[in-house]
Write a protein that binds this ligand. Structure first.
Ligand code: A4P
Ligand code: MG
Length: 414
């Protein structure tokens, strides 16, 4: 799913809540659209339109989509029609209205579509729900965040971090954040208000792209490149990360060797094992020990390592054995490190299950079927699912947890 977009949903005719819920359900059911966040539902006084019309219900949804803006608009019109929308007068009462607020940072104005939505910054019924779910999203023309636009419109602004920006002021390093789970964690920590250092090995352009995403969410970001198979580069990365902003509050060790796709898939077992041990185990251990000690001396921090849910339960085949050896070690190490670094630093290990990364997208029909069969929540996990757990573990809300292995696996118990 390539682009993050925001959709305003509202209506003031008939069973308003049912129409709103049905509109969201219809969006969710569309191929190429994943609804990733939905605001509270607000009852709002009508703005404009004929006198005497009833109050609206309004909400905003965040989606990830592969569809073009035009196709998305087509989907909206389709859903509106399906839900009894009749177009009579301008700003007249309606069962449901779907408006595209932002499509990434696209800017456009023609007969069919205006992006960003031309009136969004004037309207509380849009800004309030938008700022609730995406306070840091930046209006690509006005160059202001949703939280700022709302504050302007209200004539008041929070003096401290808002509830949706619980990581404000935290400095994070996310290793392996050029793609997949690491990238999703970097962007999610940024959405929570954190500054995020991006790390990659081979793709500086992809690293810069993630960094741009962090800045779009309102955070600071810098790229650090390092080959974590090399001990000296690990320790240098730790030094650079600590020096960048004068300390670090969150370390997410999500760099892992990919031995499933590309040329590495053809390597013999022992070479794959060496690669996994070097990157997933040794680099994680060195970085977590080095930066963990510094965090402890500085008085606080959170370390998140990356395990694998089936390391505990077992999985047949070469890949099962390889990942179990590497990720089982990371899970066990994390618990011991949590003991060493308590009480100042909290240490956790995320243990993702079937997450649809590059390998998962290309997996055979038999694998697709197996994943659904073994997962009670009946779908592949997404990098964003893992990132949501990471954000929470990094937040003050998780203050009384340490040494946990958190299985982000759709409930799979096998
Ligand atoms: N269009 C252009 N840009 C966009 C965009 N970014 N998203 C074109 C969606 N559509 C866009 O819209 C007319 C045409 O605008 C679309 O076919 C598309 O080609 P429409 O939905 O038929 O007409 P509308 O909804 O009456 O107009 P519009 O411009 O969407 O109005 P608003 O700004 O949505 O205002 N008060 C409260 N409390 N809550 C409300 O939700 N809504 C309105 C409608 C007025 N007052 C309200 C509320
Ligand atoms: Mg509209």
């Amino acid at each position: 799913m390539a682009v993050t977009a925001y959709v305003a949903v509202g209506g003031n005719l008939g069973d308003r809540r049912a129409y709103l819920d049905r509109a969201l359900a219809a969006l969710r059911a569309r191929p190429g659209v994943a609804v990733t966040r939905v605001s509270s539902v607000y009852e709002t006084a009508p703005v404009g339109g004929p006198p005497g019309q009833g109050p609206y219900l309004n909400a905003v949804a965040q989606i990830e989509t592969d569809l073009s803006p035009d196709d998305l608009l087509g989907v909206f019109l389709d859903i509106e029609q399906q839900l009894d929308r009749v177009r009579a007068e301008r700003d007249g009462p309606r069962t449901i209205d779907l408006d595209l607020l932002f499509y990434g940072d696209a800017v456009r104005a023609d007969a069919r579509l205006t992006l960003p939505h031309p009136r969004l910054h004037e309207r509380l019924f849009v800004l309030q729900p938008l700022a609730e779910i995406a306070p840091g999203v930046v209006h690509p023309v006005l160059k202001r965040t949703a939280a700022d636009l709302l504050a302007d419109r209200l004539g008041l602004r929070p003096a401290g971090p808002s509830p949706g920006r619980e990581l404000t002021g935290l400095r994070a390093l996310v290793t392996g954040s050029t793609s997949g789970i690491g990238r999703a964690i970097a962007l999610e920590l940024a959405a929570g208000g954190a500054d995020v250092l991006i790390h990659g090995r081979r793709f500086p352009d992809a690293a810069e792209e993630t960094a741009a995403g962090v800045r779009l969410a309102g955070g600071r970001s810098t790229v650090l490149m390092a080959d974590l198979r090399d001990r000296d580069q690990c320790l240098k990365l730790a030094d650079q990360a600590w020096a960048a902003w004068g300390g670090l509050d969150v370390l997410a060790n999500s760099a892992g060797a990919d031995t499933l796709t590309g040329e590495a898939a053809t390597w013999p077992f022992e070479r794959k094992l060496a690669e996994l041990l070097a990157v997933d185990v040794t680099a994680t251990t060195l970085l977590a020990r080095d930066l963990g000690r510094r965090m402890k001396s500085a008085g606080g921090g959170v370390i998140l390592n990356m395990g694998w849910d089936q390391a505990d339960t077992g999985m047949e085949g070469d890949s099962g054995e390889l990942f179990a050896a590497a990720k089982g070690a990371v899970m066990a190490f994390s618990k011991s490190l949590a003991m060493s670094l308590a009480p100042e630093v909290r240490v956790h290990c995320l243990a993702p299950g079937w997450i649809q990364t590059a390998w998962g997208r290309g997996a055979s029909a038999a694998w697709q079927e197996r994943v659904l069969r073994e997962t009670p929540l009946r779908r592949w996990g997404t990098p964003e699912d893992v990132a949501a757990a990471a954000r929470w573990l990094a937040s003050p809300a998780a203050r009384y947890l340490t040494g946990q292995v958190v299985r982000v696996n759709g409930g799979a118990v096998r």
